[in-house]
Unconditional design. Structure first.
Length: 131
């Protein structure tokens, strides 16, 4: 049996989109034998990015959200979350808001944001596998 090396899902950018995407990512990471605790951390970080994508990326709910996860050399996991909307930088502002990206940055090894065509958040994780 071969193990999948990538997962790509595009869904309508509705508020209910993150949950099934998180479940699909969890199954993908489980198939890759990513350690349970590490898998949970990755799901939290990606879940924050997905929630932001549907909340802010598609306020009218008529766009899409894409999850693209893949294993790269040296057991590195890269996960992209893309939406059709405009990025909102809340790191320096709105009280009680803006914690999601901080959580993502605390968990991921690297985070990049591209706002050229919608918003693309790319997260890199170390993904040690279970023995």
């Amino acid at each position: 049996m071969s193990v999948p090396s990538e997962l790509r899902i595009v869904r309508a950018g509705k508020l209910d989109a993150p949950r099934p995407l998180r479940h699909a990512l969890d199954a993908f990471l489980h198939a890759l034998r990513v350690e349970h605790e590490r898998r949970e951390d990755i799901i939290v970080a990606v879940g924050e990015a997905l929630s932001n994508a549907v909340e802010h990326g598609n306020p009218a709910g008529n766009g899409t959200v894409e999850l693209y996860a893949r294993i790269e050399p040296s057991e590195t996991l890269v996960v992209d979350v893309r939406d059709d909307g405009t990025f909102i930088d809340r790191e320096h502002g709105t009280p009680g808001r803006g914690f999601g990206l901080g959580i993502v940055r605390a968990i991921a090894r690297a985070v990049s944001i591209d706002t050229a065509n919608g918003t693309l958040i790319s997260m890199t994780f170390d993904a040690p596998t279970a023995a």
